[in-house]
Design a protein around this ligand. Structure first.
Ligand SMILES: C[S@@+](CC[C@H](N)C(=O)[O-])C[C@H]1O[C@@H](n2cnc3c(N)ncnc32)[C@H](O)[C@@H]1O
Length: 286
């Protein structure tokens, strides 16, 4: 008879302690503390919100005044998410796919940066898709909405229907989201080490699908808010082991984070923002 695998908070703690060693206690404390938010300024709004500028178009300490009327003048999100969307380097002529888009912060960050251009924001969950549509409606003027399409496909199979169709793909994949687990300990009662491994399989299917949907010369940004290397570097490593043809890994300095073997990880104990893992993959032009 095999030994029963440990589960729950204890198993969670030992899983991450093994990965992060002496850093785990500080990282855990940072994950449990109040999440910082930045305000992404809506360039379509006539009235700019007031606050300390973090980067171009992003405020660190927003005032909470909103002008009446539409569109709303800022969207609150983790500053690391802005870097993630900007890593796509999308310009107005690019056709962009946000594969897992709800609630929509990164879709907005893409459009706010380039002001216009074709965007498909996809989300499998119907409820979350409703929220995504509302966010896009609230922040983007009606005359630019015709370039934005909200879809509800399972992105793992997108490649069966369409190939080499987009210049830029953001894959912000479903993940362990440990910060949220720590926020509601009841979700940790049944936690097992296999959870992260299971999610990494889904993430790999999504990424493999994205590589086929990407046009030559195009760029994918793969991201998760997980702190598990299984869902981050290991997913990208698997891609380059299994199907490297025509793909290249791009290493770029972002404004935050530490480099990992395949990407960058932004963690709240060192960076104040995140967690967010970001890897950049390009397809060679033919
Ligand atoms: C990390 S969240 C995306 C957050 C979003 N990018 C943002 O910044 O607001 C991942 C999303 O992927 C969706 N999802 C899960 N599996 C999917 C699939 N197979 N195809 C498309 N979306 C999926 C989830 O419902 C969830 O809303």
């Amino acid at each position: 008879m095999g030994q029963k695998k440990p589960k729950g908070l204890e198993a969670f703690e030992s899983f991450y302690k093994e990965i992060y060693g002496a850093r785990w206690d500080e990282l855990r404390t940072a994950l449990c503390s109040v999440k910082k938010v930045s305000a992404l300024i809506n360039p379509y709004s006539k009235e700019s919100p007031k606050g300390d500028m973090l980067w171009d178009g992003v405020l660190e300490a927003p005032s909470f005044e909103r002008p009446s009327g539409e569109p709303l003048n800022y969207y609150l999100l983790d500053a690391a998410s802005v870097l993630c969307a900007r890593a796509l380097k999308a310009s107005p002529e690019h056709k962009v796919l946000d594969m897992c888009a709800a609630p929509g912060g990164k879709s907005l960050a893409i459009q706010f940066q380039r002001k216009e251009g074709e965007l498909v924001s996809n989300e499998l969950s119907r409820d979350r898709r409703t929220r995504l549509r509302r966010v896009l409606d609230d922040y983007i003027p009606k005359e630019l909405q015709e370039n934005i399409r909200v879809t509800g496909f399972d992105a793992t199979t997108w490649c069966l229907h369409e190939k080499e169709a987009f210049d830029r793909i953001l894959l912000d994949a479903p993940c362990s989201s440990e910060r949220h687990l720590l926020e509601s300990p009841d979700k940790l009662v049944d936690w097992k080490g296999g959870r992260s491994k299971r999610l990494s399989k889904l993430q790999y299917s999504l990424l493999a699908s994205a590589t086929q949907v990407l046009r030559p010369g195009g760029r994918i940004v793969y991201s998760t808010c997980s702190i598990s290397p299984l869902e981050n570097d290991k997913v990208v490593e698997r891609l380059f082991k299994k199907r490297p043809e025509g793909l290249k890994l791009v290493k770029e300095e972002l404004l935050l984070g530490q480099q990992t073997e395949f990407g960058t990880i932004i963690l709240p104990d060192k960076d104040g923002w995140g967690p967010l893992y970001i890897a950049i993959i390009e397809k060679e032009d033919v």
